[in-house]
Design a protein around this ligand. Sequence first.
Ligand code: UT7
Length: 329
Amino acid sequence: MKRPTAMIAGTGHAVPKRVLTNHDFAGLGIETSDEWIVERTGIRQRFIAGEGESLTSLSADAARQAMKAAGVTAPELDFIVLGTASPDRLLPATAVEVQAAIGATRAAALDICAACSGWVYGMQVAEGLMATSGAETVLVIGAETLSRIVNWKDRNTCVLFGDGAGATIVKRSTKGRGILSVFSRSDGTLADLLHRPAGGALRPVTPEVLAEGSNCITMAGREVFKNAVRSMAEACDRALDGAKLSATDIDLLIPHQANIRIIEATAKHANMPLEKVYVNVDRFGNTSAASIPIALDEALRSGRIKEGMTVMFVAFGAGFTWGSLVVRF
Ligand code: UT7
């Protein structure tokens, strides 16, 4: 494929109204502390979806902003690609609900289940669709309502995750802007380190499943941490190789926002000084597939990304899945 084929033409993001700070966990009867969470993760607060808020509503809000920024209307969308690990329903895909909500009457819509790598995978799918199917305008969303699938009695996980949605309009490249390189990998042999053991067709929800909480996310944190550091390092190297660039050519690194220590280790490996790394994990927690597109939207709207800059994105998540992109703006 000739690159760049696909470029980012507009972005948006949305979060629920309710903020849950680290201090609020005491009131929920969870044995933790602000000190532990900040020291181990860098997280200070996260957004939690309430009544009337859903993956569809957050995604549609983010999508409307992205379309406005790109000067695109909903009927112009050819595809909607939505990365999520917390769909509103198991069937149908949330992407089709977003299609209905925004009135994207011509679009085909599908979900991607690649956990925290959902947006990076989604961007690669969008690029492929533009190269092969003639699609001209693709909406790529990364969105989560993880608060609805975490076990609120498990302090190993419930303090980490947050809800939100980030949307990106992908259009055909002009003036050399767009995706310069992509990389993606998966390793299903490690699936059980971060998963929902039950609640799918293999082991449907039963009173027993609900009692043990095995329909919720479980994670072997330390093992996931090690794999995240290793895989995100590999993904940075491969994306730079693919674009024939070095770290000094990258103006901003936007890594998946899971843990400040993983972000710092990734930046160190990639030889990127921390001033060139976007961090918002303190304000959003780990929003999985939404973390990178939310950070991207903030970076664009605050002027941190300017025309002509080169940005590297890198993600890692359940599966395991990992991947990266280098994009010229
Ligand atoms: O989004 C992509 C996938 N997810 C990730 O990338 C997350 C990767 N993992 C991590 O970020 C880290 O492993 C965690 C933040 C989850 C945990 O940090 P850690 O430094 O690896 O801690 P640990 O799991 O080794 O636990 C250390 C101690 C344990 O106590 P003992 O066994 O040493 O007595 C835990 O029980 O901290 C305890 N602990 C807590 N204490 C207070 C675990 N969670 C909490 C908590 N508050 N919320």
